[in-house]
Design a protein around this ligand. Sequence first.
Ligand code: 5AD
Ligand code: SF4
Length: 419
Amino acid sequence: MNYLIETMGCQMNVCDSTMLDSYLSTYGALKVNDISNADVVIINTCSVRSQAEQKAFSYIGRVEKFKQKNPNIRIVVVGCMAELIGLKIQERFNSVDLIVGSKNIDKITSKILHLFGLNNRLKSGEISQKLEIVKYMTIVRGCNNYCSYCIVPFVRGREESLDYRVILNKCSVMVKNGTKEIVLLGQNVNSYNYDYVNFTMLVKKIVMIENLRRIRFMTNHPKDLSDELINVIATEAKVCSHVHLPIQSASDKVLKAMNRNYSYEQYLGLINKLRKSVPDINITTDIIVGFPSETEMDFECTLNAVKSIKFDGLYVFKYSPRPNTKAATMIDNVSLKDKKTRHAIVLEESNKISTEIVSKMVGSTQEVLVEKVENGVIEARTRNCRKVFIKNANVDCLGEQLDVTIVEAKVNSLFGIVT
Ligand code: 5AD
Ligand code: SF4
């Protein structure tokens, strides 16, 4: 059975797709990139913004067209849209063979195998042994924060932390299989708590795993970023100096309406603490423009924050009302034109700042970990999580830690040579 997997949305979906890869390969299924070689197309969907849903609809539509000429191909839709509007998808695309929501992610493999009449019993220890230098691991599922714009708590459910013993065990197995870097995932990863073991305690335990080189984590909610966690980032050599800390807005009025539970001043306090404790910290963020009732003045607050904080990188989104959320009951009164303008302004400013920051890195020497070598392209990452393409290393450097001199810098990537 050959499968093609199209992954949309956040790192949690990337993580789920990787899990699916491991399970399917256990049964001899082969991952392909070209639909004409696939027996099944799996679409891992995202619901966080309506644009993401439109993207999935149009992708499913294209696969459906392909199926008209190739009727043996199976279409499987998984992830958040499958959870939220599975029935609607089935009605709109009757060629879809299987729909499995994100809450039932562990059942996907057996259901797909069933579609093909294959045996679905998994023997323990049979998971794929393919060498992956970086592995993602979800440690907190769901979210309890109910930010007023966000659909995640409705789709992924209440927050649930995994048993730390299970996490530690999985991490150890990953490292034994050659993984050098583990990325801990959760919608709100620093609210991890299981049997009085909080996130900082968990990170300290994972750090002890021999041969593990790096730990990263995302996403952080400002209200849960504790001093002790900042201290761990500062002091534990294996913990990468990167924090993705969504601000969403810098207007206190909008933050309140978003139910974010912090003020701009409190957010700024965290940035100052982080920069003081971890000098090479890379801080990235998410911003929503055009939230209901966001005035020009509110937007100016956000823009000024972007200019003064100088984030290393950011994602900016145009507000989109989502079903069931509190914000969907508010009047979506910022016009699409204004949303587009604000979006473009933030993006332009942020690109300018990122370019300034990375161009200062040209000529510096950075310790990088080689994460991927594919078709002669060598991808590595600095300790503070910046992607570096290495121009001259030989191709068997996968998993190695190297010193590189940065010779060229673009907004989102650096280019270096091994010195
Ligand atoms: N509209 C626009 N952006 C949203 N996000 C989440 N929900 C919405 C929405 N309804 C953004 C937030 C979040 C990121 C993953 O997606 O910025 O941090
Ligand atoms: Fe959504 Fe807020 Fe939870 Fe993030 S913290 S997943 S934005 S509800």
